[in-house]
Design a protein around this ligand. Structure first.
Ligand SMILES: *Cc1c(COP(=O)(O)O)cnc(C)c1O
Length: 370
């Protein structure tokens, strides 16, 4: 029986292992374990890749959001608009600042925050909107920008799943205040451990984020305010700088794989393949289909050697972590329905056409037998 993993980091390592080992050895030899020249080089190259002026390497993607929010002055009593369907880190960063995540239902089409619902939930405490470009597809940033201007909100983008994506041919950082990235190993650009980055065109904000991530200092003991310790490791900077050179190629392979899935799954009545919205460049961190009998399909695929995921099985407002906000599942009807239907199929650059054909054939077999 074929075995199709959900992601295959071994295949990637096989292709670039020698280059990565050389980069790691350089860090061991110059012992620049925290920040330093390898991180600086990566920051410069990632900023250029994003079409941005500044990049600040930090410890992980959650901290990137937290540090960006803090550095924009977001704090206790403030509210931030957060989509109901995302990874918990988006909302956690708000809580870490002492603020309150205000959950917003999502849209069917792209799984993004519904801006009509967002508008309805704006209060005089709302300071920030956090668009999450879920699964690798940017949300409509022109519309976010309009809403943010009308209510004087800061825009903090969660780009953890969207490395290199564009909208209307424009880079994401050309919208809003700041973009936050995660380099968790399984992301489109993944480190060999935790890492993250803050990307912005605002020099003052970049400087403040850099200081906040390093105990509120610029030099050694000249602390100007209390910050935190969230610096990128030299080893991660070195690994990421090697991998960054391949990211464009890897993204093209993901997109080509998505086209193969699209073709092979087209026209199956009980399956919805992911829509690409107008002007959007989808980088397919995940390839997420919808199926009414999702749990049945997931089990069927597992029994046939196909690993899948659900991103995410419980809408954030319905998690125990947010029970104190007193939400009911019916408050987020779209997020709730999607949570029961979404299934992430195997997706990575090295995925073979024959594997996609096998996965698609099993999806058809499942639907034939029910
Ligand atoms: C991965 C992820 C994060 C958090 O990143 P970490 O590096 O794991 O802290 C935040 N938001 C979204 C949408 C993510 O997918």
């Amino acid at each position: 029986m074929p075995n199709v993993p959900f992601v295959d980091l071994a295949a990637q390592y096989a292709a670039i292992g020698q280059e990565v080992l050389t980069a790691i050895t350089a860090v061991l030899e110059d012992r620049t374990f925290i920040l330093g020249p390898h991180v600086n080089a990566f920051e410069k190259n990632f900023a250029a890749f994003c079409g941005a002026e500044h990049c600040v390497g930090v410890g992980n993607g959650t901290d990137a959001l937290y540090i960006a929010l803090k550095s924009l002055g977001f704090g206790p009593g403030d509210e931030a608009l957060v989509p109901a369907n995302t990874f918990i880190a988006t909302a956690e960063a708000v809580g870490l600042c002492g603020g309150r995540p205000v959950f917003v239902d999502v849209e069917e089409a792209g799984f993004h925050m519904n801006l009509d619902d967002a508008r309805a939930k704006i209060t005089d405490r709302t300071r920030v909107i956090i668009p999450v470009h879920l699964y690798g597809q940017p949300m409509d940033l022109d519309a976010v920008d309009c809403l943010a201007k009308e209510f004087e909100l800061k825009i903090v983008q969660d780009c953890a799943q969207t490395h290199g994506a564009t909208i209307g041919g424009k880079s994401l950082v050309s919208f809003g205040d700041v973009c936050c990235y995660s380099f968790f190993p399984g992301k489109n650009l993944g480190a060999y451990g935790d890492a993250g980055a803050i990307v912005t065109n605002n020099e003052t904000l970049a400087k403040r984020c850099r200081m906040f991530a390093n105990h509120g200092r610029q030099g050694k003991y000249d602390h100007e305010f209390e910050g935190t310790n969230s610096r990128m490791d030299g080893l991660q900077g070195a690994v990421l700088d090697v991998k960054l050179k391949y990211l464009k190629k890897w993204t093209e392979l993901r997109q080509a794989n998505a086209r193969v899935y699209d073709d092979l799954l087209a026209g199956i009545p009980s399956i919805t393949t992911p829509a690409v919205l107008p002007g959007r460049d989808h980088v397919y961190h995940l390839y997420v289909i919808r199926c009414a009998n999702r749990d049945g399909l997931q089990t069927f695929l597992k029994e046939r050697g196909v690993a899948t995921g659900v991103h995410y099985p419980i809408a954030l407002p319905n998690l125990t972590a947010y029970a104190h906000l007193g939400h009911a599942a019916k408050d987020f009807p779209v997020a709730r329905r999607l949570a029961g239907e979404i299934l992430s199929l195997p997706m990575y650059p090295e995925l073979l056409r024959q594997d996609i054909e096998y996965v698609a054939a099993q999806v058809r077999n499942f639907l034939k037998q029910v």
